[in-house]
Design a protein. Structure first.
Length: 622
């Protein structure tokens, strides 16, 4: 796919009004020069989501998300950048040439590259294993096993399931097709003897091909056919290779991601057979991890593919513990706005068994009628290990539930669960509410900047409103960095004035990085546009930082004395940080050389520098 020219991206972005686009998803009302509403990316009661129509960008003072119209659609709908540009182009009645409209998720890997050849080996191996399963006498036992598991020929074909026979077959096959020895060593399809001879890794196993996001085979998971007479592992996965990382792979993700576009929802199952059985029942948006616990990387994949994730594990003790681990991981790493729900199957029954016992329609009905929130799940999960007839255990259980409810941002949801807790244990709801308020963490206060507030040219670091995640930690130096960068971006004279100082650089990395990106931006663009610079930023933190800077409540008229004051403060802090870093490095080297005299002198110098740094921090706080 050809890269969309910068000029066309700018034309598409400028063809729409960001407030009109966001207004289709968020109820906005005007407040001064901006539009405000409830943030679509996190739950809140007071509007902190701001749309700056004049600068064509959005920013949330609550969760820190920010960006232009493309970023909004990417965050809200989990679009790729190209998909977001295409949708905005459609809204703006601009035609995107076909050469730019290919699916941006398709990774173009040259066939003659190492990765291309490794994928080719795996795809031919998958075809071979599938042929052996369905067309040869050697595959009949495996085929009968799959049929006994209730798997239809249609599903066998759909998932390209195969069989690796109890004999060497893949190595001669690859030799016949001319694959080089070193490539086969890296493929993970073979084991290597001490003499360097390659042997088929998978022997007498039902083969499940594992595919990447684009549907190309990158690995296998093989289930041993005869478990009774073997001490070998039941499932054997391919090892890590240049094209396969099990932490970043989800079974059936290529098909599930497409199915999820309709309802924006994915089901997370425990095993491959669960996914396949659900697929046969019409639930095509199911995935499973690689036989291990869910990983942070897999949560990232899920978060980019859907807004609603349903964990569907077995309802027994092991399954509930697995749900608990998955909830914790998802809560720690899911993107803002992603909703999590749970479906627990009857204890001891996995989705595959449920479909076999109850049928496909009953399974779909169960998924739809047994959805619960994570809080619902923990109401039951926290009972484990507690004897609720004993007062001490009951108090411990109630305290666990209240700590959980304290994390909820919806007062309605909190009230419903308090009512449930009070009713079940015959407790006073008002008393529970008082205890909940004592547990509830109090967020730092922040204020929303009203338009046209009075301001002065005199620099006052405390006047700039910041989002609630950074307000408590921003010191005087950092606020000077924010103000200076704001003026540098908006005024080329300020930019030239600051960059004339050859030794200048920002103290904090995110402002220095933003400054360097802006340097590249100005090399291509004559005029500054917040929305335009947003397209150059690939990290959420940088977009958040730019949003904070642009929402500073400052006088648009530049006072060069303010600029010089910021410069002096920043350049006073920067050399001190550098000196401390250098002296510490010298001290480590002196210690390693057992040069006690030099180490003593350097220690005294370091102590002096640290005192200066502490004094500077004290001045910043005061």
């Amino acid at each position: 796919m050809a890269r969309i020219p910068r000029e066309l991206i700018d034309q598409v972005r400028d063809a729409v009004d960001i407030a009109d686009v966001i207004g289709q998803y968020v109820q906005l009302h005007q407040s001064g020069k901006n539009f405000v509403g409830l943030c679509p990316f996190h739950e809140e009661r007071t509007p902190s989501f701001s749309v700056n129509e004049s600068k064509q960008f959005f920013y949330c003072f609550g969760c820190g998300r920010g960006g232009n119209v493309f970023q909004f659609l990417m965050d809200l709908k989990h679009y790729s950048f190209v998909e977001a540009v295409q949708e905005v182009a459609q809204l703006g009645n601009i035609t995107i040439p076909d050469r730019y409209r290919e699916d941006s998720h398709q990774e173009k890997i040259p066939d003659n590259s190492e990765k291309g050849q490794l994928m080719a080996v795996h795809e031919q191996a998958a075809e071979l294993y599938h042929h052996i399963l369905v067309n040869t006498p050697a595959g009949e036992p495996a085929l009968k096993y799959l049929h006994r598991r209730g798997m239809s020929d249609e599903m066998i074909k759909q998932f390209q399931i195969g069989y690796a026979p109890d004999q060497k077959i893949l190595k001669p096959f690859c030799d016949q097709h001319g694959y080089q020895y070193q490539l086969l060593r890296k493929s993970g399809l073979f084991t290597e003897s001490s003499s360097g001879e390659l042997h088929d890794r998978f022997i007498d196993r039902v083969m499940y091909p594992l595919k990447n996001q684009n549907g190309r085979v990158i690995a296998f998971s093989g289930r041993i056919l005869n478990t009774a007479s073997s001490d070998l592992p039941k499932y054997l996965n391919s090892p890590e290779t240049p094209i396969f990382n099990k932490r970043r792979t989800l079974f059936n993700f290529d098909l599930a991601r497409k199915a999820a576009r309709k309802g924006n929802q994915l089901y997370l199952f425990e095993g491959f057979m669960d996914v396949i059985s659900a697929f046969s029942a019409g639930v095509e948006n199911g995935v499973a991890s690689m036989g291990t616990s869910l990983t942070e990387e897999q949560v990232g994949l899920l978060g980019r593919a859907c807004r609603h994730l349903v964990i569907c594990y077995d309802g027994d003790s092991a399954g509930q513990n697995a749900i608990d681990r998955a909830i914790s991981l998802v809560n720690d790493h899911r993107p803002a706005g992603m909703q999590l729900r749970i479906v627990q199957l009857p204890a001891g029954v996995d989705p595959d068994e449920y479909v076999q016992q109850k049928g496909r329609e009953e399974f779909k009905n169960y998924l739809g009628s047994h959805v619960e929130t994570p809080v619902d799940f923990y109401f039951n999960f926290y009972r484990h290990g507690h004897n609720l007839n004993q007062q001490s255990d009951l108090l411990a259980y109630i305290n666990q539930i209240l700590k959980l409810l304290a994390q909820l941002q919806s007062p309605v949801e909190q009230d419903l669960y308090l009512e449930r807790l009070a009713s079940e244990f015959n407790l006073d709801k008002a008393t529970l509410k008082v205890q909940l308020e004592e547990i509830r963490p109090q967020p730092p206060q922040y204020h929303y900047p009203a338009a046209n507030q009075g301001s002065s040219n005199n620099y006052n670091p405390g006047s700039a409103p910041l989002d609630r995640h950074t307000q408590a930690t921003v010191n005087r130096t950092e606020r000077a960095e924010q103000l200076l960068l704001r003026y540098m971006l908006a005024d080329r004279e300020v930019w030239t004035h600051v960059t004339a100082h050859k030794d200048f650089h920002f103290v904090h990395e995110r402002y220095q990085t933003l400054y360097l990106v802006a340097t590249s931006y100005f090399a291509e663009q004559n005029n500054y546009s917040v929305a335009g610079l947003m397209d150059y930023l690939s990290e959420d933190e940088l977009r958040t930082t730019l949003g904070q800077i642009e929402e500073l409540n400052v006088d648009e008229r530049v006072d060069m004395q303010v600029v010089d004051d910021c410069l002096q403060l920043i350049m006073k802090s920067t050399p001190l940080e550098t000196q401390i870093k250098d002296v510490r490095a010298q001290l480590r080297e002196a210690s390693s050389l057992n040069n006690s005299e030099l180490a003593t002198n350097l220690t005294m110098k370091l102590v002096d520098l640290l005192k200066q740094q502490q004094q500077l921090k004290t001045e910043e706080i005061n």
